[in-house]
Write a new protein. Structure first.
Length: 513
C-alpha cells in the first residue's frame, strides 16, 4: 500500500528553480532511496514538501492521502507530526540546552502519547547502539560524539511511532558496523509497517536495504528502478556514483614520500565529567601516542565514541588535554590558551558538522577570509578576499558562491567551504575530523584528490579522523585504530587493511567490505 506519493515536484529558492518534475513513491514497510551528487536536489525533494527547507514546493506530495503542498504551517504541522525526520547535521538539529532525556521525551509525546519513564528512554538509546544509555540521558548534545548525536536524532525521530521516516544521510557520521546496525533498526521498524524515505550517498548501504532507487542529477530524475540500478546503471549519473565509491580492494595508491618528524604526541589523556548527579570522570582518551611526519597522512579510525575527535582536538590544542605532551618540529607546544598565531596558522582544522562551524549570518567569502584577520593581521581587506577566492577555487566552488549564506548551501557545499576556510592560512598540517562524511562519493573523491594534490605539491601533512577505512587506505600512509580511548593498532595502511591484528581493526575492515 502506498504511503507517500510525490508527482511533478518542483522546488524553488528565491525564484530560482532547483528541482524539476521529480516523482517517486514510498510504500508501507518498504524503503525508497534518493541518491545523487551533492547539490543535486535530494534533500530539497525530501524536505520541501513538509515545509522543512528554504525551498518553495510545487506539484503534488500526498502523505496518507493528504496533500502537503499548498498548506500553511498551521495546517501542515499535525500532518507532519505523523512522520519522523533524521536530519543531516545532528548538532544543529538537537536543542543545545536540553538534556538528551528531555529531547526524547518531547519526541515521544509528539502525537499525544504517554510520557515514557527513564527505563523506556534508556531503551530507545540502547536500540540505536549507544553505550551506557541511562547515563547519556543526562548529557547535553555537545558532550556526545558526532556519531552519538546522530544516533540520538534517530532515536528521537522514531520515538513517537511515525508512519513515515524521512532520513537525510542518517548514517553519514557512523562507522561501518554501526551503519548496518542502524539500518537493521530501520528494517525492524519497516516490518511493523514504517515507510522509509532515505537520502544516502552510501551505495553499498542502499543496495542492501533499499527496495527502490531514484538517482537525482541537477534537480531531475536521471534514473529510477530497483537496486539493480547499482549493479547495471543505465544513466551517466548512476555510473559515475558507482565508479567513485571507494573500495578496500582498489589498487594500492601511490603516495608521496614523507620527511622528518613534524608533530609528536605522547601519552595524551583527556577525561570529562560524567553527566548526572553521581558525577565522576569518564576517560575519553587514555594514554594515546602518535607521530605525524612532514608531508605524511595519518588516519585515526575507530567506532563512534572511541575518542578519535577528542584526541585530535587535544593534539591540535583546540580541545582539552589533561596530560601528555605535544611537540611541533621538536619544540613543545604550549597549552591551548597560550597558542600563538604561528602555531594556529601551522595547524588548521575542519570539523565534522560544517553547517555548525559556519556563522549563519556571514557570507561564504566572509567565513573563509575571517581566520586571516587574526592569523595574518598585516593583510588588507583586498588581499584577504583574494586569498579567500583562491581557497574557494582550490575546493572547486564557483566564485558565485562567495555571497551565499550557509543556509543556502547543501551539506557537501558547506563542507567544502569549511575546508577552504582551513586552507586559506596555508597550513603545514590539516586536522580533518570526518571531513568527507557529509559528502557524496563524487564530491568526496574530488576532495580526496585535492588533499592528495596538497600533499604532493605543497607537502601538507594530514591528520585524518574517519570511520571509513576505505577512505583512510586511499589517502593515508599509516592508520591508527582507536578503541575505548586507546590506540590498539597502528601500521602502514595497506598492511593493516590486508591483515588486521586487533579485533577492533578486523571489525572495521570486515564491515567495510
Amino acid at each position: 500500500m502506498t504511503l507517500y506519493t510525490v508527482e511533478r515536484l518542483g522546488v524553488a529558492i528565491g525564484g530560482v528553480a532547483l528541482v524539476h518534475d521529480v516523482a517517486f513513491a514510498v510504500e508501507r514497510g518498504r524503503c525508497t532511496a534518493l541518491v545523487g551528487a551533492s547539490g543535486s536536489g535530494k534533500s530539497l525533494s525530501c524536505l520541501a514538501p513538509f515545509g522543512l527547507s528554504a525551498g518553495v514546493a510545487s506539484g503534488s506530495a500526498r502523505f496518507e492521502g493528504r496533500e502537503l503542498i499548498g498548506r500553511d504551517e498551521v495546517d501542515l504541522r499535525p500532518i507532519r507530526a505523523r512522520a519522523g525526520f533524521v536530519f543531516q547535521h545532528p548538532l544543529t538539529a538537537l536543542t543545545p540546552h536540553l538534556q538528551i532525556g528531555a529531547q526524547l521525551t518531547e519526541a515521544a509525546t509528539a502525537l499525544g502519547g504517554a510520557r515514557p519513564d527513564r527505563r523506556a528512554l534508556a531503551a530507545m538509546l540502547d536500540r540505536v547502539g549507544i553505550s551506557s544509555p541511562e547515563a547519556k540521558l543526562d548529557a547535553y548534545p555537545h558532550r556526545l560524539s558526532g556519531g552519538e548525536r546522530q544516533r540520538v536524532l534517530i532515536a528521537a525521530a522514531t520515538a513517537h511511532g511515525p508512519r513515515l521516516l524521512v532520513a537525510d544521510e542518517p548514517t553519514s557520521a557512523l562507522d561501518a558496523s554501526l551503519r548496518h546496525a542502524i539500518m537493521d533498526v530501520f528494517a525492524r521498524l519497516r516490518d511493523d509497517g514504517l515507510g522509509l524515505l532515505l537520502v544516502s550517498h552510501d551505495l553499498a548501504l542502499v543496495a542492501r536495504y533499499a527496495d527502490q532507487l531514484v538517482v537525482i542529477e541537477n534537480g531531475r530524475v536521471a534514473e529510477a528502478g530497483g537496486v539493480a540500478v547499482i549493479a547495471n546503471p543505465a544513466s551517466a549519473a548512476a555510473r559515475a556514483l558507482v565508479a567513485a565509491s571507494p573500495k578496500l580492494d582498489d589498487p594500492a595508491p601511490l603516495l608521496p614520500p614523507v620527511g622528518g618528524s613534524l608533530l609528536e604526541a605522547r601519552d595524551i589523556r583527556v577525561a570529562f565529567r560524567a553527566p548526572g548527579w553521581r558525577g565522576g570522570r569518564i576517560a575519553a582518551v587514555d594514554g594515546a601516542s602518535l607521530e605525524v611526519r612532514q608531508g605524511e597522512a595519518l588516519a585515526i579510525v575507530g567506532g563512534s565514541g572511541s575518542g578519535k575527535s577528542t584526541l585530535a582536538r587535544a593534539i591540535g590544542r583546540i580541545g582539552p588535554c589533561d596530560a601528555g605532551s605535544v611537540t611541533w618540529r621538536g619544540v613543545a607546544l604550549p597549552p591551548r590558551h597560550a597558542m600563538r598565531r604561528e602555531h594556529r596558522a601551522a595547524m588548521q582544522a575542519v570539523f565534522q558538522d560544517p553547517i555548525a562551524s559556519l556563522d549563519p549570518q556571514w557570507s561564504v567569502i566572509e567565513s573563509v577570509a575571517e581566520p586571516l584577520r587574526y592569523l595574518m593581521p598585516e593583510l588588507g581587506a583586498g588581499e584577504r578576499r583574494t586569498r579567500a577566492l583562491m581557497a574557494l577555487e582550490a575546493v572547486e566552488l564557483d566564485p558565485a558562491f562567495a555571497d551565499r549564506r550557509p543556509a543556502q548551501l547543501s551539506g557537501g557545499q558547506a563542507q567544502r567551504v569549511a575546508i577552504a576556510r582551513a586552507l586559506v592560512a596555508r597550513p603545514e598540517l590539516l586536522i580533518l575530523d570526518e571531513a568527507t562524511s557529509a559528502l557524496d562519493v563524487l564530491v568526496a573523491g574530488r576532495i580526496l584528490a585535492l588533499l592528495e594534490t596538497l600533499q604532493r605539491e605543497r607537502g601538507v601533512a594530514i591528520l585524518l579522523i574517519t570511520h571509513d577505512i576505505a577512505v583512510a587506505r586511499r589517502l593515508c600512509h599509516r592508520i591508527a585504530v582507536m578503541e575505548a580511548g586507546r590506540i590498539v593498532e597502528e601500521g602502514p595502511s595497506a598492511a593493516l587493511v590486508a591483515t588486521p591484528r586487533s579485533a577492533a581493526a578486523e571489525a572495521l575492515v570486515t564491515a567495510s567490505r
